[in-house]
Ligand binder design. Structure first.
Ligand SMILES: Cc1ncc(COP(=O)(O)O)c(C=O)c1O
Length: 325
């Protein structure tokens, strides 16, 4: 390991950005609307939380290489923190990936392996490579999957500290369901420790064109059902939310159903319009897929007049062109 790198990662702290969306409240006539902004993280998304915790674990267990299958954002996060820790990253990515994040992975020194297949196949390839090569497995559904759930549970404590109480509703962009499941776990723990009385209603926000959790709920199921690839339409806009197999989908389903939450499915046009609201009214460059959480929250508030604030939408960045640092 290059000298000093381990120190760099151990000193790292996440920026904690939480604010009241007053301009949106005024324009749309709602109250108590907050944004948990993950766009200030080093690579711009909440996936940095999971990557950071994985890399710390990999370092503590003496690994020199970490691997992951990704559709983009998570791969950049793993590449970034691997670089900070001075270990190698091998990132498996579907060859038809249309997003713009591969140059960033390469910039952070990752080895990018193109996979002829879906996101799920890229994850599978990475899990097998971890096993065969003795690499640290940072995949959803892999040997260390709990690490990501734990990492996202920290968001709940941060929301609680910012508000001084639990929000009534938390809305989260949903692909695999890992982020939402981690936040739910965090609130369950806050309740178990007596700090809050109720776990917030958990709202999932996703694409209308290919998500297993949404598909299962559409058919009134409380367990995941198989989702045929033919029903999926993946685009550059909805790609973080598309999931033929939602690796943490069972837990996300439980979180949504047991808290009286809902899932909302959006078209790409919807996602872009929510990100415009955030940019024009609050000045934040939200990734359209992650602006789904704002859209879902607004729909939920409209649908039930008994629901009141504080309500939180978890939103990430990346609605800007990346420039070589
Ligand atoms: C920016 C962003 N938001 C939301 C998601 C979906 O999160 P999860 O897979 O934890 O449900 C992803 C997935 O990569 C993402 O990159």
């Amino acid at each position: 390991m290059p000298p000093g790198y381990g120190l760099l990662i151990s000193e790292f702290e996440f920026p904690k950005v939480f604010f009241r969306a007053e301009a949106i409240e005024t324009a749309l006539g709602c109250e108590g609307l907050y944004i948990k902004w993950e766009g200030s993280n080093p690579t711009g998304t909440q996936k940095d939380r999971a990557a950071y915790r994985h890399i710390l674990k990999a370092l503590s267990q003496g690994y020199d290489t970490v691997t992951v299958g990704t559709c983009g954002n998570y791969g950049v996060s793993v590449a970034y923190f691997s670089r900070l820790a001075g270990i190698k990253a091998v990132i498996f990515i579907p060859s038809r990936y249309s997003g713009s994040r591969i140059p960033e992975m390469l910039h952070y020194g990752a080895n990018v392996v193109k996979v002829d297949g879906s996101y799920e196949e890229a994850v599978e390839r990475s899990i097998l490579a971890a096993f065969d090569e003795g690499w640290y497995d940072a995949n959803p559904g892999g040997a260390n999957e709990e690490v990501a759930i734990e990492a996202f549970s920290e968001l709940s404590s941060e929301m609680y500290s910012s508000l001084g109480k639990a929000p009534n509703v938390v809305s989260v962009p949903l692909g695999n369901g890992t982020t939402l499941s981690g936040i739910y776990l965090g609130f369950l723990r806050l309740k178990a420790s007596g700090l809050i009385d109720e776990v917030p209603k958990m709202i999932g926000a996703t694409t209308a064109y290919g998500n297993q959790v949404a598909f299962s709920l559409r058919y009134g199921r409380d367990k995941l059902i198989d989702y045929g690839i033919s029903s999926v339409r993946e685009t550059e806009v909805n790609e973080p939310l598309v999931s033929i197999k939602s690796f943490d989908g069972e837990r996300a389903l439980e979180a949504i159903l047991s808290t009286g939450g809902r899932i909302y499915e959006f078209t790409d046009e919807d996602l872009i319009s929510f990100s415009k609201i955030l940019l024009e009214m609050e000045g934040i460059p939200a990734l359209p897929a992650s602006a789904s959480s704002l859209g879902a929250l607004l729909r939920f508030l409209e649908s039930d007049e008994n629901v009141s604030g504080p309500c939180v939408a978890v939103v990430t960045g990346r609605n800007v062109e990346w420039k070589m640092p």
